[in-house]
Design a protein around this ligand. Structure first.
Ligand SMILES: Cc1cc2nc3c(=O)[nH]c(=O)nc-3n(C[C@H](O)[C@H](O)[C@H](O)COP(=O)(O)OP(=O)(O)OC[C@H]3O[C@@H](n4cnc5c(N)ncnc54)[C@H](O)[C@@H]3O)c2cc1C
Length: 187
């Protein structure tokens, strides 16, 4: 049983996985390798002069794996609520997790299968998004959404930030107090 399972390893998903794994949570990431970011070249991501989308995605996965996140390539086809949490059905098998984050980019086709509420997107070229509250909660308790799929501005600094925000909200809920992850500069 994973503490947190994340569907999508683009900026939103991998950023969420980094925070979750670095907080010591058993973290699973399932990804079908269809990130729009693979076609991007970034010169507007704060703190990084310039970077290609493929390099950003690879670095994000490495950061999350460094702290123990398990990354499995494959498509998630269904998520079923159970007494203990959720059963996640993917091409590579079935997994179990207490909390789930959907960071699926422009792909919200899981919504119908799972019974998640959606709404029209408001960002350019984004047709439909998951209907979430300010914390990132969907209409199913325990399933959250982040990044493009949650309707935020389609820029890596924003989607990665939203992934971190949602992970911090879940960590705070699991820990029963607001979570902070600050490292000190070594002297
Ligand atoms: C051509 C182009 C240029 C861009 N240039 C810039 C730029 O200069 N600066 C900038 O800030 N942003 C840019 N962007 C936008 C940037 O790519 C997005 O803002 C953003 O990072 C999207 O992140 P995301 O994590 O929400 O989605 P994505 O990066 O799309 O990741 C979603 C992931 O979810 C996976 N997934 C979806 N459904 C499933 C499923 N059922 N099972 C398993 N995995 C699933 C997909 O395979 C994908 O890997 C550009 C985008 C494009 C297309």
């Amino acid at each position: 049983m994973y503490d947190i399972a994340i569907v999508g390893a683009g900026p939103a998903g991998a950023s969420a996985a980094l925070f979750a794994a670095k907080a010591g949570k058993r973290t699973l990431v399932l990804d079908s390798d269809k990130s729009m970011t693979k076609r991007a070249w970034m010169e507007n991501h704060y703190g990084i002069m310039e970077i290609s989308g493929p390099d950003m995605i690879e670095t994000g996965k490495k950061q999350a794996s460094k702290f123990g996140a398990e990354i499995v390539e494959g498509k998630v086809v269904n998520i079923v609520k159970t007494d203990a949490g959720f059963q996640i059905e993917a091409e590579q098998g079935t997994f179990e997790a207490q909390q789930v984050i959907l960071a699926t980019g422009v792909l919200v086709d899981l919504a119908e299968t799972i019974g998640l509420k959606t709404k029209p997107g408001t960002e350019p070229r984004i047709k439909t998004v998951f209907d979430v509250d300010a914390e990132g909660r969907t209409n199913i308790d325990g399933i959250w959404a982040a990044g493009t799929a949650a309707g935020v501005s389609v820029h890596t600094i924003v989607t990665a930030g939203d992934g971190a925000k949602v992970a911090i909200n879940i960590l705070s809920q699991l820990n029963g107090e607001r979570y902070v992850d600050h490292d000190l500069l070594k002297s």
